[in-house]
Design a protein around this ligand. Structure first.
Ligand SMILES: *Cc1c(COP(=O)(O)O)cnc(C)c1O
Length: 458
């Protein structure tokens, strides 16, 4: 008989998690202002808030941590990181930062001015925040099909090149500092972008003489999907695919907390010496000296190992299989999510699960609260709360989708935890006719409000 699948690793360290009762959780969520970010982690059983910085590191990474060089300037750990960045992405200039948004802050300070436009595919929230904070505009050119959660497309995170070309024609190139291509497309459901699409976007970038930036947090998962879904790449290694993806780009920002498999870190990298010089000043001002930026030597050492290990097929295969498993279990219960399953998360289609809760009352947020009360599972809203208000009209923005994201941390939970998540969602779905009202906002920040917003139940 064919043997079943098993993960390519065993577990050396475990961490207990606390059980709680429904009554306790109902009290805690009120105290949290119905914002899941305000919960303490010991009030959570299975934490799917994010896969960012929440993964388990390997024995080799912990070993590298002990070898970290904490020299202020010229640390050997910096050169280990710089070496793997050159090998994987072929970018000769690199500035370490404390995480992805810091890389955006450094690079965008050198690139974006008021009135600019930055086309791309569903810009990530911090990316959009850093664009709008500089009084520039992010223009979403994602393919329309991305908004149809039930449509199965192998590469559902792509740029619609027609939409992109319209933007490139409409604005002078002086007003477009770069195109921002996010791989995988987080906001559209962790959906990948094909090599063909990366190539096409790059060709348009060249035609209109606009640089191309890859927002690369989940580049390795994107490479995995290219290998498994884009025929010509079936026999290529993840590292070969990675090198090709980045050969079409001029620069990159990355949150190393995702596919870098570390708990903290990031960097920006580029081909242009001139841009590096400009960005260096901002790195020194905002992050730290050029050879550590926002990172400890030991963190750079662990990241160098993490980038190498997590660009091996077996690691990515184990992770993406677990996300797919959650998708399959939800299929059994008939729970709709963004199809096909994404690389790092399942995105539940809240408008379909809770059709009685109006969007003005934050449907996906409501579903997230119900799931927490049901089983102590913490997801995150990707909908109207996250979308913030329009910077000009100050009206709430309603994106095409109201999603509850369940992000799966790397190498943290077992398949038994995954089964609990699916069953808890099925229990919430069973009560959907009773869930008719949502929440109203009682306190919010002017930008990136989802982190600190507070609600009242309606
Ligand atoms: C996480 C992420 C960021 C921001 O990185 P942080 O490390 O959270 O600051 C930017 N873009 C994408 C696509 C991301 O997934």
């Amino acid at each position: 008989m064919k043997l079943p699948y098993a993960e390519p690793y065993k577990i050396k360290v475990i961490e207990p998690i606390t059980q709680s009762t429904r009554e306790e959780r109902e009290r805690w969520i009120v105290e949290a202002g119905y914002n899941l970010f305000n919960l303490r982690s010991d009030q959570v059983l299975i934490d799917l808030l994010t896969d960012s910085g929440t993964g388990s590191q390997s024995a080799a990474q912990w070993g590298a941590i002990m070898q970290g060089d904490e020299s202020y300037a010229g640390a050997s750990s910096f050169f280990e990181l710089k070496g793997i960045v050159e090998r994987l992405f072929d970018m000769p200039y690199m500035l370490p930062t404390h995480q992805g948004r810091a890389a955006e802050n450094v690079l965008f300070s050198a690139l974006i001015k008021e009135g600019d436009v930055i086309p791309g595919n569903s810009h990530f929230d911090t990316t959009k925040g850093h664009i709008e904070y500089r009084r520039a505009v992010a223009i979403d050119c994602t393919i329309e099909e991305a908004a149809d959660t039930q449509k199965e497309l192998p590469f559902k995170g792509e740029v619609d090149c027609k939409k992109l070309e319209e933007v490139l024609q409409k604005y002078p190139k002086q007003q477009i500092p770069f195109i921002c291509l996010t791989i995988t497309n987080n906001t559209a459901g962790g959906q990948p972008v094909s090599m063909q699409n990366i190539k096409d976007v790059s060709a348009l970038a060249k035609k209109y003489d606009v640089p191309l930036l890859l927002d690369s947090a989940r580049f390795a998962e994107n490479a995995y999907f290219i290998k498994t879904r884009e025929q010509r790449y079936a026999d290529k290694t993840i590292k070969e695919i990675t090198r090709e993806m980045f050969s079409y780009a001029d620069m990159m920002t990355i949150s190393a907390k995702k596919d870098g498999s570390v708990n903290m870190g990031g960097f920006c990298a580029m081909r242009s010496a001139e841009l590096y010089e400009k960005a260096s000043t901002f790195n020194i001002m905002y992050e730290g000296y050029l050879t550590y930026g926002g990172m400890c030597g030991r963190d750079m050492a662990a990241l160098a190992v993490g980038l190498d290990e997590n660009t091996e097929f077996a690691q990515l295969d184990a992770r993406i299989r677990q996300v797919e498993l959650l998708g399959k279990l939800l299929d059994n219960y008939g729970i709709p999510y963004q199809r096909p399953a994404g690389g790092h998360a399942i995105f539940i289609d809240a408008l379909k699960v809770l059709p009685n809760v109006p969007r003005e009352e934050f449907t996906a947020q409501t579903l997230g609260i119900e799931l927490y009360k049901e089983a102590g599972i913490r997801g995150v809203e990707i909908g109207a709360v996250l979308a913030d208000r329009d910077p000009v009209t100050r009206e709430n923005r309603y994106p095409k989708l109201e999603l509850l994201r369940l992000a799966i941390p790397r190498r943290v939970y077992t398949d038994n935890h995954i089964a609990v998540i699916a069953a808890a969602l099925a229990n919430v779905c069973e009560r959907k006719d009773e869930i008719v009202r949502g929440y109203k906002i009682v306190r919010e920040a002017p930008i990136m409000r989802h982190f600190t917003v507070r609600f009242e139940q309606l």
